[in-house]
Design a protein around this ligand. Sequence first.
Ligand code: DAK
Length: 258
Amino acid sequence: MAYELISTETRGRVALVTLNRPKQMNALNPQLMQELGQALYAFDADDAIGAIVITGNDKAFAAGADIGAMKDWNFIDVYRADYITRDWEHIRRIRKPVIAAVAGYALGGGNELALMCDIVIAAENAKFGQPEINLGVLPGAGGTQRLPRAVGKAKAMDMCLTARMMDAAEAEKAGLVSRVVPLEKLLDEALAVAAKIAAYSLPAVMMVKESINAAYEMPLSEGVHFERRLFHAAFALADQKEGMAAFVDKRKPEFKNK
Ligand code: DAK
């Protein structure tokens, strides 16, 4: 598949998607988001892939939705086109783990894209923010909802109401990112994490993702019940038999992803 605003490659069982509008700081326009959605769906359907990494360049993961593209739109344009929902929600339907490898700016929709990924790994130069208040709007791709869940209400309010950016160290401390690494090691680290995940049983990995995501949508008792049912279902997997037998036999498991 030929893409214009992203590039894709595979490394073993890992797919790498690179956002590729460097002159515009990877500003996210509808075409880029459509291409990203297509690539993610294709990798999600590919049995040879176990995890996906999304990255940008050293200066910007993505500096947000494309302001130039949006500036003249009015209500009926965005409402009729179902702007954001139409092109931005694809990533939420991806069932394999998606890792954001963030260097430089992750602002506005760029930060919201990172927040929609399952794991965020940051380079030391990463900067996270929701500066939409500067533009006379508010975050429109889940920032006011996912950011407080990630960093708490106080920091989410601070970031969305003042447009201040969080550096990588603060983002790690606040729980927005899981690891911070030197810039030159970012991609290697993200690909290594993805490769580790991709080597596990794919259905077990997908159940973990589904269950943790359910924690954001359900009360605790229902979430635990949901987890228990998936846990019971895992006993139907050949990989459960293999994983436990391998442990008992003191050998490496050979998962068949079924
Ligand atoms: N959109 C379009 N172009 C962008 C851009 C963006 N978000 N961010 C940067 N660029 C472009 C710049 O215009 C510039 O282009 P040229 O002038 O070279 O043609 C080029 O990228 C380099 O940027 P700078 O010259 O500004 O570079 P600096 O290093 O000085 O600054 C910066 C980098 C990332 C701090 C700065 O560019 C910046 O502040 N960018 C804007 C960040 C921002 O405000 N992001 C939030 C975007 S709004 C909705 C409505 C709205 C939204 C969502 C939903 N609904 C109706 C549902 C809003 C979502 C957003 O994400």
